[in-house]
Design a protein around this ligand. Sequence first.
Ligand SMILES: Cc1cc2nc3c(=O)[nH]c(=O)nc-3n(C[C@H](O)[C@H](O)[C@H](O)COP(=O)(O)OP(=O)(O)OC[C@H]3O[C@@H](n4cnc5c(N)ncnc54)[C@H](O)[C@@H]3O)c2cc1C
Length: 430
Amino acid sequence: MVTPRIVIVGGGAGGLELATRLGRNLGQQGKARIILVDACLTHIWKPLLHEVAAGTINSYEDELNYFAHASQNHFEFQLGRFEGVDRDEKTITLAPLCDSHGKPLASARHLNYDWLVMAIGSTSNDFGTEGAREHCIFLDSRAQADRFQSEFLNMYLRAHAYTDRHDNPPELNIAIVGAGATGVELAAELHHAAHQFAEYGLDGISPSHVNISLIEAADRILPILPEGTSTAARQKLESLGIKVFTRQKITQISQDGLQASSGLFVPASLKVWSAGIKAPDFMKDLSGLETNHINQLITQPTLQTTRDPHIFAMGDCGSCTLPGSSRPVPPRAQTAHQQASYLLKALPRHIAGKPVADFRFQDKGSLVSLNSSAVGVLMGSIAVQGKLARIMYISLYRLHQVAIHGFFKTAVLFCKDILSSKSRPEIKLH
Ligand SMILES: Cc1cc2nc3c(=O)[nH]c(=O)nc-3n(C[C@H](O)[C@H](O)[C@H](O)COP(=O)(O)OP(=O)(O)OC[C@H]3O[C@@H](n4cnc5c(N)ncnc54)[C@H](O)[C@@H]3O)c2cc1C
């Protein structure tokens, strides 16, 4: 019998867990070839990106190299940017590979698959807002988070170098569009970072002169969470001095700041867009597969795409509405994690031609980090906040680590994190 080839495109929260666990099962036993494709050489868990942007974690310490990880977990890794699929030939196309200076490394390649899992995540949706692409930083990738961190740090370095010449301390205006979990978490993290810079002697910009504005079009922040949680989060942010604007739709962004339809203008030199998501634009017309208005591949409850049972979509790039529900499962890390666990069992059954049960989503709740604390709901209705909620929030990341490294290595990494937090600055200063 020919060994089936399972190709997983996207090694993020969902795809990497699936590739690792399939590798340890089917790959190790020689029952299938598992091939993971990603556009990057290293993985960092996406919900950490606001901390990378604020410099409160060092992305180099929390990243994983795909080649090394694949060789330890019985799957193959292919570096490349997916750009299309030929469903008749059952091949995917990877774009030509270039180095960081744009020098070609490899021409376009084709990979065959028997079963294809799309797990390429999502990007920010700027809804075509004028000036957003030119003037905002998005937090879709490690590179973008690193760019924000570097611009944020540079402002402090500039102010520090010229402190003697300033009669008035400089002000730093930062605006974040979108007060969903990403925007709220980033605002709290930046506030913490501003205090850390001052503690490490970069006090050219005083924390009281760092103006952080969080702007939301809906009538409250964290609109998908219960009202009580949203109110608690707003109170916490405002107690830190963060300006929260609700019912403000940003219509235009310029070098100097953000213009809302109400007439409000928020001045800002550093601007972040974190309002809404969509799957990448090229998914809109992917070999005739069915997509929705935000380019997500529409799937059946088995995560198979509606027009091709050999192609699955998981995580943020898929839209799966389960029986008895009117809404698709939410695009979150816990969804990607649960779908990876589901496909780990479902794929071998598909390969063997056995019947497969539907995916079932268990909403374990949503937690939003506010630096040293957190707010959120568990099991749909239990409101939690404070340090306990923060511990639960961190446990989400540890669960991801357990899925890709196992318990022992996660425990080692946990100890390493504690030790290294005692020996390095609390904020990245380079
Ligand atoms: C700052 C921030 C904070 C968040 N906080 C939380 C939180 O607290 N809780 C929560 O549940 N969710 C949170 N989320 C959402 C969560 O990160 C996503 O829902 C989750 O990562 C989706 O997983 P995924 O596997 O679908 O995609 P991702 O984790 O985004 O992975 C996609 C992978 O695909 C690769 N890729 C993309 N395009 C291509 C291509 N063309 N070819 C090859 N590879 C490609 C990428 O390099 C990446 O490795 C947060 C998101 C952000 C940005």
